[in-house]
Ligand binder design. Structure first.
Ligand code: ZN
Length: 285
């Protein structure tokens, strides 16, 4: 027999949708079977038949063999199938919008956010980092104020400005929810790991430790209310290394006390010990 045309019927519109799409987008079980069907047939050969016109449904529902013997529908299929193909029911496979989401392959992407200012970790010393940022800030200022350009050596004001920028940046990377709560409610959630420090936002939007050494009148604001520094930031190590150098290789306790005059690093005691233990000169001595 010479077969000039083949037509495959299914009463499942979802199956038609599967066959119409690249097999790779379905889950493994479906993708393998759809791939096999796509290899040996063409989607143009597939057509939809209404469930009531599908004789295969007769046996799936169960029927006595005696009744099957005389069932013309079973033996001859629906009447229209014996007519010219132009009379066959037709649905446009491209316009059907079947719900196939459940069988779609789920692809998970893991993204890791790069620090927005990656150069923070490029500098080997705290003072060099501050100088670079201070010069950048001065450059930006001079562009915006061509008639009031700042020149000459960097002043304490410039370096303080740079410190504020860096601390504000690392705080916003680590405590964005806390900053938002402090702005809205004046306090952060009790679930936050900095709640017990009674943090507050100062006039430069920097989180400072609150309620500590309130009555120590001989201390200035920096010492009473140091800026919070997150433990996982590269700058915290630069700050401790700077203290270690300024104190001529001072030990962990004196380093921590020195750093706390201005900053309050979370987990500071451990970081101080770590920085001290990594110093080659201290190790040799
Ligand atoms: Zn040392």
């Amino acid at each position: 027999m010479n077969i000039s045309q083949r037509t495959f019927w299914t009463d499942s519109s979802i199956v038609l949708a599967w066959i119409s799409s690249p097999s790779a987008q379905w889950k493994t079980f479906i993708a393998h079977r759809v791939g096999e069907i796509q290899e040996i047939t063409s989607i143009s050969e597939w057509a939809h038949v209404d469930t009531k016109d599908n004789p295969a449904n007769i046996i799936s529902r169960g029927r006595e063999p005696q009744i099957m013997l005389n069932d013309s529908f079973w033996w001859e299929s629906p009447n229209w199938l014996q007519c010219d193909s132009s009379k066959w029911p037709h649905i446009n496979k491209n316009q059907t919008n079947f719900n196939t989401d459940e069988e779609r392959r789920t692809i998970s992407l893991i993204t890791s956010e790069q620090p927005k200012l990656p150069f923070l970790s490029r500098y080997s010393t705290w003072s060099r980092l501050l100088r670079v940022i201070a010069l950048c800030l001065r450059f930006i200022y001079n562009i915006a104020h061509p008639n009031d350009k700042k020149t000459g050596p960097l002043l304490p004001y410039d370096l303080n400005n740079a410190i504020n920028r860096v601390i504000r940046f690392v705080q916003s990377e680590n405590w964005s929810c806390e900053i938002s709560d402090l702005r809205k409610n004046g306090q952060c959630s009790p679930k936050s790991n900095i709640f017990r420090l009674r943090p507050y936002l100062d006039e430069n939007n920097i989180i400072r430790v609150g309620g500590r050494l309130k009555n120590a009148s001989q201390l200035d604001q920096f010492q009473k209310n140091p800026m919070l520094v997150p433990p996982n930031s590269p700058i915290v190590y630069l700050i401790f290394q700077d203290a270690h150098d300024v104190l001529l290789h001072g030990g962990p306790q004196i380093m921590l006390a020195h750093v706390r005059q201005r900053f309050w690093p979370i987990n500071g005691r451990n970081i101080s010990r770590k920085v001290s233990s990594k110093c080659v000169r201290c190790f040799r001595l």
